[in-house]
Design a protein. Structure first.
Length: 291
């Protein structure tokens, strides 16, 4: 039992850890960070498939909501740096709960959704390997206990069945969900009640998503060439990163500012940028989500 809830795993890892593995697992763990998912989902909206990108985005947001509330509810500590070889001391990790692991949960949701989307055995096998590596990286860096990883994997797996109903909603062409306003009200109240910065960013994301992909007039991008698609992605990500960098200019205590900034960021990504891109490189499409 000590291997699941205690420090035995960290002591075993310390016996074979080395600088090469340190770099490798730091890189792997970044594949499970929210930034990676966001910069992957945005290009899917721009140049691949708006409907499936919407499913992936909503699945990730729902998972993060569940994870944040679970962390607030269980409020378990992370490994003690005095007792384990902790290699990742980011402030948000030092002051956040440990159970369940958000990296493990999001990895299952993201790669599981992509595996369902691609529908090939080799990609499913690749997804399983990536999920395992991301999950183990959290143990290698000693920022989660094994039980946290198991909890994250279970929660992520439980949420995978949401893919089918979300896909049916997106495939129906209805981009103004009836549940949008209740979700926005609940998300805003969650920020006001908890005063939690991660929840402020998550809530801002869902408000921006619903505004940018549901309520604002859409003119989907239809690309002429692969080079054009590459240009759209590269320029879009550069601008997106530039806008996201402004989040660091404000104190984390200003939750309302963070909330609005993230919302506007996604309005830009899902509405303003496609319109600018269409004017510069693309021809309009008549139907939302047209291939």
């Amino acid at each position: 039992m000590d291997w699941l809830t205690g420090y035995a795993m960290f002591h075993w890892i310390a016996t074979w850890a080395n600088p090469v593995c340190d770099v490798f697992f730091r890189t792997v763990t970044d594949l499970g960070a929210p930034t990676f998912y966001y910069v992957t989902v945005a290009p899917l909206f721009w140049v691949v498939d708006r409907r499936r990108a919407a499913v992936l985005f909503l699945l990730l947001l729902a998972g993060v909501y569940v994870n944040e509330y679970a962390k607030l509810f269980f409020d378990t500590p992370r490994p003690d740096p005095a007792l384990a070889r902790v290699l990742d001391l980011r402030p948000y990790q030092m002051h956040s709960g440990a159970f369940p692991s958000g990296h493990a949960q999001a990895a299952v949701a993201f790669w599981g959704c992509l595996a369902w989307w691609v529908g090939r055995r080799w990609f499913t096998a690749l997804a399983v390997v990536v999920i395992a590596l991301i999950s183990f990286s959290r143990l290698y860096l000693a920022v989660h206990f094994p039980v946290d990883i198991v909890g994250g994997l279970v929660l992520g797996t439980v949420m995978l069945p949401l893919i089918r109903p979300l896909h049916r909603w997106a495939a129906g062409g209805c981009y103004t969900p009836r549940w949008a306003m209740p979700v926005i009200v609940a998300a805003t109240l969650a920020v006001a009640v908890t005063g939690d910065m991660p929840l402020a960013m998550i809530s801002g994301s869902i408000v921006g998503f619903l505004a940018g992909s549901s309520w604002l007039p859409q003119q989907p991008l239809v690309l002429r060439t692969t080079g054009q698609a590459s240009a759209v992605v590269i320029v879009g990500l550069v601008i997106l990163f530039g806008l996201a960098a402004t989040l660091g200019l404000f104190p984390p205590s200003l939750l309302a500012v963070i909330y609005l900034q993230v919302a506007l960021l996604w309005v830009f990504a899902l509405w303003a940028y496609p319109r600018l891109g269409m004017a510069a490189w693309l021809r309009p499409a008549s139907a939302l989500g047209a291939e």
